[in-house]
Design a protein around this ligand. Structure first.
Ligand code: NAD
Ligand code: AHE
Ligand code: ZN
Length: 369
Protein backbone atom coordinates (compact mmCIF):
# COMPACT_ATOMS: atom_id res chain seq x y z
CA UNK A 1 0.00 0.00 0.00
CA UNK A 2 0.99 3.65 -0.41
CA UNK A 3 1.59 5.52 2.85
CA UNK A 4 2.49 9.10 3.77
CA UNK A 5 5.77 9.43 5.64
CA UNK A 6 8.43 11.94 6.62
CA UNK A 7 11.64 10.47 5.22
CA UNK A 8 15.13 11.25 6.60
CA UNK A 9 17.36 10.81 3.53
CA UNK A 10 20.55 11.91 5.25
CA UNK A 11 21.86 13.26 8.53
CA UNK A 12 21.33 16.92 9.41
CA UNK A 13 18.99 17.56 6.47
CA UNK A 14 15.27 18.42 6.74
CA UNK A 15 12.80 15.56 6.45
CA UNK A 16 10.69 15.33 3.30
CA UNK A 17 7.10 14.17 3.06
CA UNK A 18 6.91 11.31 0.59
CA UNK A 19 4.59 8.60 -0.65
CA UNK A 20 6.25 5.38 0.47
CA UNK A 21 5.30 1.80 -0.35
CA UNK A 22 4.60 -0.40 2.67
CA UNK A 23 4.38 -4.19 2.42
CA UNK A 24 1.69 -6.17 4.25
CA UNK A 25 2.58 -7.60 7.67
CA UNK A 26 4.26 -11.01 7.59
CA UNK A 27 3.90 -13.79 10.16
CA UNK A 28 4.11 -12.40 13.69
CA UNK A 29 3.75 -8.79 12.47
CA UNK A 30 0.98 -6.20 12.64
CA UNK A 31 0.03 -3.25 10.44
CA UNK A 32 -0.81 -0.14 12.44
CA UNK A 33 -2.41 3.12 11.38
CA UNK A 34 -0.52 5.79 13.33
CA UNK A 35 -2.94 8.47 14.54
CA UNK A 36 -0.50 10.73 16.41
CA UNK A 37 3.21 10.88 17.21
CA UNK A 38 5.37 13.03 19.43
CA UNK A 39 8.84 14.28 18.50
CA UNK A 40 11.38 13.22 21.15
CA UNK A 41 14.88 14.63 21.49
CA UNK A 42 16.22 11.20 20.50
CA UNK A 43 14.69 11.65 17.02
CA UNK A 44 16.65 14.90 16.71
CA UNK A 45 19.79 13.21 18.06
CA UNK A 46 19.64 10.50 15.39
CA UNK A 47 18.77 12.98 12.65
CA UNK A 48 21.75 15.14 13.68
CA UNK A 49 24.17 12.33 12.81
CA UNK A 50 25.38 11.85 16.41
CA UNK A 51 23.81 8.40 16.81
CA UNK A 52 26.30 5.58 16.11
CA UNK A 53 23.29 3.48 15.14
CA UNK A 54 21.74 6.17 12.94
CA UNK A 55 21.11 4.84 9.44
CA UNK A 56 19.66 6.59 6.39
CA UNK A 57 17.39 6.75 4.48
CA UNK A 58 14.96 5.99 7.27
CA UNK A 59 11.56 6.83 8.69
CA UNK A 60 12.17 8.15 12.22
CA UNK A 61 9.66 8.48 15.08
CA UNK A 62 9.14 6.32 18.16
CA UNK A 63 6.51 8.10 20.31
CA UNK A 64 3.26 7.11 18.63
CA UNK A 65 -0.22 5.71 19.09
CA UNK A 66 -2.61 4.15 16.61
CA UNK A 67 -4.97 1.38 15.58
CA UNK A 68 -4.30 -2.17 14.38
CA UNK A 69 -5.47 -2.52 10.78
CA UNK A 70 -4.28 -6.00 9.82
CA UNK A 71 -2.39 -8.84 11.51
CA UNK A 72 -0.02 -11.39 10.00
CA UNK A 73 -0.21 -15.15 10.45
CA UNK A 74 0.05 -16.41 14.00
CA UNK A 75 -0.67 -13.09 15.73
CA UNK A 76 -2.90 -13.71 18.75
CA UNK A 77 -2.46 -10.84 21.22
CA UNK A 78 -3.99 -8.05 19.09
CA UNK A 79 -6.66 -7.84 16.38
CA UNK A 80 -7.85 -5.22 13.86
CA UNK A 81 -9.50 -2.30 15.65
CA UNK A 82 -7.37 -2.58 18.80
CA UNK A 83 -5.72 0.66 19.93
CA UNK A 84 -1.99 0.29 20.50
CA UNK A 85 1.24 2.07 21.39
CA UNK A 86 4.35 0.96 19.45
CA UNK A 87 7.24 -0.17 21.67
CA UNK A 88 10.87 0.53 20.82
CA UNK A 89 11.64 -1.71 23.78
CA UNK A 90 9.58 -4.83 23.01
CA UNK A 91 8.52 -7.46 25.54
CA UNK A 92 8.65 -11.01 24.19
CA UNK A 93 8.29 -12.57 27.68
CA UNK A 94 10.47 -15.43 26.47
CA UNK A 95 14.12 -14.30 26.04
CA UNK A 96 16.72 -14.57 28.83
CA UNK A 97 16.40 -10.84 29.46
CA UNK A 98 12.61 -10.90 29.86
CA UNK A 99 12.77 -14.07 31.97
CA UNK A 100 15.51 -12.64 34.24
CA UNK A 101 13.03 -10.31 35.91
CA UNK A 102 15.99 -7.93 36.25
CA UNK A 103 15.63 -5.76 33.14
CA UNK A 104 13.14 -4.46 30.61
CA UNK A 105 15.70 -4.74 27.80
CA UNK A 106 14.10 -7.56 25.79
CA UNK A 107 16.69 -8.67 23.23
CA UNK A 108 14.45 -10.85 21.03
CA UNK A 109 14.69 -8.50 18.01
CA UNK A 110 17.39 -6.00 19.13
CA UNK A 111 19.97 -6.90 16.46
CA UNK A 112 17.72 -6.41 13.42
CA UNK A 113 16.00 -3.41 15.05
CA UNK A 114 19.40 -1.70 15.38
CA UNK A 115 19.96 -2.24 11.65
CA UNK A 116 16.65 -0.63 10.72
CA UNK A 117 15.16 -3.96 9.67
CA UNK A 118 12.28 -6.22 10.62
CA UNK A 119 13.19 -9.48 12.42
CA UNK A 120 13.48 -11.43 9.10
CA UNK A 121 16.25 -9.01 8.01
CA UNK A 122 14.30 -6.94 5.46
CA UNK A 123 12.48 -3.61 5.45
CA UNK A 124 8.75 -3.28 4.75
CA UNK A 125 9.18 0.30 3.47
CA UNK A 126 10.46 1.25 0.01
CA UNK A 127 10.34 4.01 -2.60
CA UNK A 128 10.55 2.98 -6.25
CA UNK A 129 11.82 -0.45 -5.18
CA UNK A 130 14.63 0.98 -3.00
CA UNK A 131 14.37 0.08 0.70
CA UNK A 132 13.77 2.77 3.29
CA UNK A 133 14.87 1.72 6.78
CA UNK A 134 12.77 1.39 9.91
CA UNK A 135 13.89 3.29 13.06
CA UNK A 136 13.87 1.95 16.62
CA UNK A 137 11.52 -0.71 15.29
CA UNK A 138 8.67 1.80 15.26
CA UNK A 139 8.90 4.45 12.45
CA UNK A 140 5.95 6.46 13.71
CA UNK A 141 6.53 9.37 11.31
CA UNK A 142 4.37 7.44 8.81
CA UNK A 143 0.58 7.13 8.75
CA UNK A 144 0.93 3.34 8.54
CA UNK A 145 3.77 1.23 9.91
CA UNK A 146 4.50 -2.46 10.48
CA UNK A 147 5.75 -3.81 13.82
CA UNK A 148 6.39 -7.20 15.35
CA UNK A 149 3.53 -8.31 17.61
CA UNK A 150 5.89 -8.27 20.63
CA UNK A 151 6.48 -4.56 20.05
CA UNK A 152 2.93 -3.30 20.49
CA UNK A 153 1.12 -2.57 23.74
CA UNK A 154 -2.66 -2.92 23.54
CA UNK A 155 -4.36 -0.01 25.30
CA UNK A 156 -7.96 0.96 26.09
CA UNK A 157 -10.00 2.30 23.16
CA UNK A 158 -11.20 5.53 24.82
CA UNK A 159 -7.75 7.12 25.34
CA UNK A 160 -7.03 10.15 23.08
CA UNK A 161 -4.22 9.40 20.63
CA UNK A 162 -2.86 12.97 20.67
CA UNK A 163 -2.10 12.66 24.39
CA UNK A 164 -1.28 9.01 25.05
CA UNK A 165 1.20 8.86 22.17
CA UNK A 166 3.66 10.47 24.65
CA UNK A 167 3.44 7.28 26.72
CA UNK A 168 5.35 5.69 23.84
CA UNK A 169 8.48 7.43 25.15
CA UNK A 170 8.77 10.63 27.22
CA UNK A 171 6.07 9.96 29.81
CA UNK A 172 7.02 6.33 30.46
CA UNK A 173 10.75 7.10 30.46
CA UNK A 174 10.42 9.85 33.07
CA UNK A 175 7.85 8.19 35.34
CA UNK A 176 9.53 4.80 34.96
CA UNK A 177 12.99 6.15 35.80
CA UNK A 178 11.56 7.16 39.19
CA UNK A 179 9.24 4.22 39.83
CA UNK A 180 10.84 1.19 38.13
CA UNK A 181 14.55 2.09 37.90
CA UNK A 182 15.37 4.22 40.95
CA UNK A 183 12.41 3.07 43.05
CA UNK A 184 12.37 6.47 44.77
CA UNK A 185 10.83 6.26 48.24
CA UNK A 186 8.55 8.79 49.99
CA UNK A 187 10.51 11.61 51.62
CA UNK A 188 13.49 11.35 49.26
CA UNK A 189 15.23 14.48 47.95
CA UNK A 190 15.44 14.45 44.17
CA UNK A 191 17.35 16.57 41.64
CA UNK A 192 16.28 16.55 37.98
CA UNK A 193 18.59 17.99 35.31
CA UNK A 194 16.72 19.02 32.14
CA UNK A 195 13.01 19.89 32.27
CA UNK A 196 11.92 18.73 28.83
CA UNK A 197 9.50 15.98 27.85
CA UNK A 198 11.44 13.43 29.92
CA UNK A 199 12.55 15.52 32.92
CA UNK A 200 9.04 16.89 33.57
CA UNK A 201 7.82 13.32 33.84
CA UNK A 202 10.58 12.56 36.34
CA UNK A 203 9.19 15.53 38.30
CA UNK A 204 5.64 14.23 38.24
CA UNK A 205 6.84 10.70 39.05
CA UNK A 206 8.74 12.04 42.07
CA UNK A 207 5.63 13.89 43.22
CA UNK A 208 3.51 10.74 42.79
CA UNK A 209 5.77 8.65 45.03
CA UNK A 210 5.86 11.35 47.73
CA UNK A 211 9.36 12.77 47.33
CA UNK A 212 10.30 15.62 49.67
CA UNK A 213 12.36 18.22 47.80
CA UNK A 214 12.08 18.00 44.02
CA UNK A 215 14.70 20.30 42.54
CA UNK A 216 14.63 21.06 38.82
CA UNK A 217 17.73 22.33 36.99
CA UNK A 218 17.42 23.93 33.56
CA UNK A 219 19.11 26.74 31.61
CA UNK A 220 15.73 27.79 30.19
CA UNK A 221 13.68 29.78 32.75
CA UNK A 222 10.53 29.23 30.65
CA UNK A 223 10.48 25.63 31.90
CA UNK A 224 9.89 26.70 35.49
CA UNK A 225 6.11 27.31 35.60
CA UNK A 226 5.02 23.94 34.23
CA UNK A 227 7.64 22.10 36.31
CA UNK A 228 6.19 23.76 39.44
CA UNK A 229 2.68 22.77 38.39
CA UNK A 230 3.85 19.15 38.08
CA UNK A 231 5.51 19.07 41.51
CA UNK A 232 8.92 20.81 41.39
CA UNK A 233 9.61 22.48 44.74
CA UNK A 234 12.79 24.42 43.83
CA UNK A 235 14.12 25.69 40.49
CA UNK A 236 17.82 26.17 39.82
CA UNK A 237 19.12 27.95 36.73
CA UNK A 238 22.86 27.13 36.51
CA UNK A 239 23.46 30.53 34.85
CA UNK A 240 22.23 32.26 38.01
CA UNK A 241 24.20 30.20 40.56
CA UNK A 242 27.15 32.03 42.03
CA UNK A 243 29.96 29.56 42.58
CA UNK A 244 29.79 25.81 42.16
CA UNK A 245 26.47 24.27 41.01
CA UNK A 246 27.17 20.92 42.70
CA UNK A 247 27.91 22.55 46.06
CA UNK A 248 24.72 24.61 45.73
CA UNK A 249 22.63 21.47 45.07
CA UNK A 250 24.26 19.59 47.95
CA UNK A 251 23.33 22.46 50.23
CA UNK A 252 19.74 22.58 48.92
CA UNK A 253 19.34 18.84 49.57
CA UNK A 254 20.82 18.89 53.06
CA UNK A 255 23.94 16.88 52.19
CA UNK A 256 23.14 15.64 48.72
CA UNK A 257 20.37 14.16 46.59
CA UNK A 258 19.00 10.74 47.44
CA UNK A 259 18.33 10.42 43.70
CA UNK A 260 19.35 12.53 40.72
CA UNK A 261 18.31 12.18 37.08
CA UNK A 262 20.18 13.49 34.04
CA UNK A 263 17.58 14.13 31.32
CA UNK A 264 19.68 16.14 28.83
CA UNK A 265 22.36 13.93 27.25
CA UNK A 266 25.29 16.14 28.35
CA UNK A 267 28.23 14.19 29.79
CA UNK A 268 29.44 17.16 31.86
CA UNK A 269 26.01 17.43 33.46
CA UNK A 270 26.02 13.65 34.06
CA UNK A 271 29.09 14.18 36.23
CA UNK A 272 27.40 16.99 38.14
CA UNK A 273 24.35 14.77 38.59
CA UNK A 274 26.44 12.02 40.16
CA UNK A 275 28.47 14.36 42.32
CA UNK A 276 25.45 16.18 43.79
CA UNK A 277 24.29 12.84 45.25
CA UNK A 278 24.46 12.11 48.96
CA UNK A 279 27.62 10.40 50.23
CA UNK A 280 26.97 6.81 51.23
CA UNK A 281 23.79 6.14 49.26
CA UNK A 282 22.83 8.75 46.61
CA UNK A 283 21.97 7.26 43.22
CA UNK A 284 22.26 9.07 39.91
CA UNK A 285 20.26 7.79 36.95
CA UNK A 286 21.51 8.54 33.43
CA UNK A 287 18.50 9.02 31.17
CA UNK A 288 19.92 11.42 28.55
CA UNK A 289 21.53 9.98 25.43
CA UNK A 290 25.00 11.37 24.62
CA UNK A 291 26.48 11.66 21.14
CA UNK A 292 28.94 9.25 19.50
CA UNK A 293 32.39 9.26 21.06
CA UNK A 294 31.41 11.01 24.28
CA UNK A 295 32.36 9.50 27.63
CA UNK A 296 31.47 10.10 31.27
CA UNK A 297 34.07 10.58 33.98
CA UNK A 298 34.31 11.18 37.69
CA UNK A 299 36.79 10.46 40.46
CA UNK A 300 36.36 6.78 41.42
CA UNK A 301 36.31 8.06 45.01
CA UNK A 302 32.76 9.27 44.31
CA UNK A 303 31.73 5.62 43.92
CA UNK A 304 34.01 4.33 46.67
CA UNK A 305 32.14 6.63 49.00
CA UNK A 306 28.80 5.11 48.18
CA UNK A 307 27.33 7.05 45.29
CA UNK A 308 25.81 4.86 42.57
CA UNK A 309 25.70 5.51 38.83
CA UNK A 310 22.93 3.76 36.88
CA UNK A 311 21.12 4.18 33.59
CA UNK A 312 17.65 3.53 32.29
CA UNK A 313 16.06 2.86 28.90
CA UNK A 314 12.31 3.44 28.50
CA UNK A 315 12.25 4.02 32.27
CA UNK A 316 12.76 0.34 32.97
CA UNK A 317 9.15 -0.24 31.85
CA UNK A 318 8.07 -3.59 30.43
CA UNK A 319 6.07 -2.24 27.54
CA UNK A 320 3.21 -4.70 27.03
CA UNK A 321 2.69 -5.00 30.80
CA UNK A 322 3.27 -1.44 32.05
CA UNK A 323 2.18 0.84 29.18
CA UNK A 324 -1.57 -0.06 29.45
CA UNK A 325 -1.38 0.75 33.18
CA UNK A 326 0.21 4.14 32.49
CA UNK A 327 -2.60 4.89 30.03
CA UNK A 328 -5.03 4.12 32.87
CA UNK A 329 -3.12 6.50 35.17
CA UNK A 330 -3.67 9.25 32.60
CA UNK A 331 -7.35 8.41 32.07
CA UNK A 332 -7.90 8.32 35.86
CA UNK A 333 -6.29 11.75 36.31
CA UNK A 334 -3.22 10.46 38.20
CA UNK A 335 -0.79 11.98 35.70
CA UNK A 336 -0.90 15.11 33.58
CA UNK A 337 -0.13 14.70 29.89
CA UNK A 338 -2.38 17.47 28.54
CA UNK A 339 0.05 20.21 29.59
CA UNK A 340 2.99 18.41 27.97
CA UNK A 341 1.39 18.63 24.52
CA UNK A 342 2.25 22.23 23.71
CA UNK A 343 1.19 22.04 20.07
CA UNK A 344 -0.60 19.67 17.69
CA UNK A 345 0.48 20.03 14.06
CA UNK A 346 -0.02 18.19 10.77
CA UNK A 347 2.82 15.85 9.74
CA UNK A 348 3.59 18.27 6.88
CA UNK A 349 4.99 20.67 9.53
CA UNK A 350 7.38 18.12 11.00
CA UNK A 351 10.52 20.19 10.38
CA UNK A 352 8.93 23.10 12.24
CA UNK A 353 8.17 20.71 15.11
CA UNK A 354 11.90 19.87 15.33
CA UNK A 355 12.78 23.58 15.25
CA UNK A 356 10.33 24.35 18.07
CA UNK A 357 11.93 21.62 20.20
CA UNK A 358 15.45 22.91 19.50
CA UNK A 359 14.38 26.43 20.46
CA UNK A 360 12.84 25.11 23.71
CA UNK A 361 9.43 26.50 22.72
CA UNK A 362 7.51 23.25 23.16
CA UNK A 363 7.59 20.39 25.61
CA UNK A 364 6.17 18.19 22.91
CA UNK A 365 4.89 19.01 19.45
CA UNK A 366 2.51 16.21 18.48
CA UNK A 367 2.03 15.43 14.79
CA UNK A 368 -1.17 14.09 13.28
CA UNK A 369 -1.85 12.61 9.83
P1 NAD B 1 14.10 18.10 25.55
O1 NAD B 1 14.80 18.79 24.47
O2 NAD B 1 12.60 18.14 25.60
O3 NAD B 1 14.61 18.63 26.99
C1 NAD B 1 15.94 18.85 27.31
C2 NAD B 1 15.98 19.95 28.37
O4 NAD B 1 17.31 20.09 28.84
C3 NAD B 1 15.54 21.33 27.87
O5 NAD B 1 14.57 21.86 28.74
C4 NAD B 1 16.83 22.17 27.90
O6 NAD B 1 16.60 23.52 28.18
C5 NAD B 1 17.59 21.48 29.01
N1 NAD B 1 19.05 21.65 28.96
C6 NAD B 1 19.87 21.56 27.88
N2 NAD B 1 21.15 21.72 28.25
C7 NAD B 1 21.15 21.94 29.59
C8 NAD B 1 22.18 22.15 30.55
N3 NAD B 1 23.47 22.17 30.22
N4 NAD B 1 21.81 22.33 31.83
C9 NAD B 1 20.50 22.30 32.21
N5 NAD B 1 19.49 22.09 31.32
C10 NAD B 1 19.82 21.91 30.04
O7 NAD B 1 14.58 16.58 25.51
P2 NAD B 1 13.79 15.26 25.99
O8 NAD B 1 12.95 14.76 24.88
O9 NAD B 1 13.22 15.52 27.33
O10 NAD B 1 15.03 14.24 26.11
C11 NAD B 1 16.03 14.45 27.07
C12 NAD B 1 17.17 13.47 26.90
O11 NAD B 1 16.70 12.15 27.21
C13 NAD B 1 17.71 13.37 25.47
O12 NAD B 1 19.09 13.11 25.53
C14 NAD B 1 16.98 12.16 24.90
O13 NAD B 1 17.70 11.59 23.82
C15 NAD B 1 16.98 11.28 26.12
N6 NAD B 1 15.97 10.22 26.19
C16 NAD B 1 16.36 9.04 26.74
C17 NAD B 1 15.45 8.02 26.90
C18 NAD B 1 15.86 6.72 27.53
O14 NAD B 1 15.13 5.74 27.40
N7 NAD B 1 17.00 6.66 28.20
C19 NAD B 1 14.13 8.21 26.48
C20 NAD B 1 13.76 9.45 25.95
C21 NAD B 1 14.70 10.45 25.81
N1 AHE C 1 21.51 4.17 19.48
C1 AHE C 1 22.20 4.98 20.46
C2 AHE C 1 21.58 4.95 21.82
C3 AHE C 1 20.15 5.41 21.81
C4 AHE C 1 19.49 5.03 23.10
O1 AHE C 1 20.12 4.97 24.15
N2 AHE C 1 18.21 4.75 23.03
C5 AHE C 1 17.43 4.46 24.23
C6 AHE C 1 16.07 4.99 24.00
S1 AHE C 1 16.03 6.73 23.76
C7 AHE C 1 14.41 7.01 23.49
O2 AHE C 1 14.19 8.31 23.30
C8 AHE C 1 17.31 2.96 24.44
O3 AHE C 1 16.25 2.38 24.58
N3 AHE C 1 18.43 2.31 24.53
C9 AHE C 1 18.49 0.89 24.71
C10 AHE C 1 18.70 0.18 23.41
O4 AHE C 1 18.78 -1.03 23.40
O5 AHE C 1 18.78 0.86 22.38
C11 AHE C 1 23.68 4.62 20.53
O6 AHE C 1 24.38 5.32 21.25
O7 AHE C 1 24.09 3.67 19.85
ZN1 ZN D 1 12.27 9.09 22.97
Amino acid sequence: MDVKAAVAYEAAKPLTIETVQLEAPRAGEVLIEIKATGVCHTDAYTLSGSDPEGLFPAILGHEGAGVVVEVGAGVTSVKPGDHVIPLYTPECRNCDYCLSGKTNLCQAIRVTQGKGLMPNGTSRFSIGGKPILHYMGTSTFANYTVLPEIAVAKIRNDAPFEKVCLIGCGVTTGLGAVIYTAKVEPGANVVVFGLGGVGLNVIQGARMVGANRIIGVDLNPDKRALAEKLGMTHFVNPKEVEGDLVAHLVELTNGGADYSFECIGNVKVMRQALECCHKGWGESIVVGVAGAGQEISTRPFQLVTGRVWRGTAFGGARGRTDVPKIVDWYMNGKINIDDLVTKVMPIEQINEAFDLMHRGEVIRAVLTF
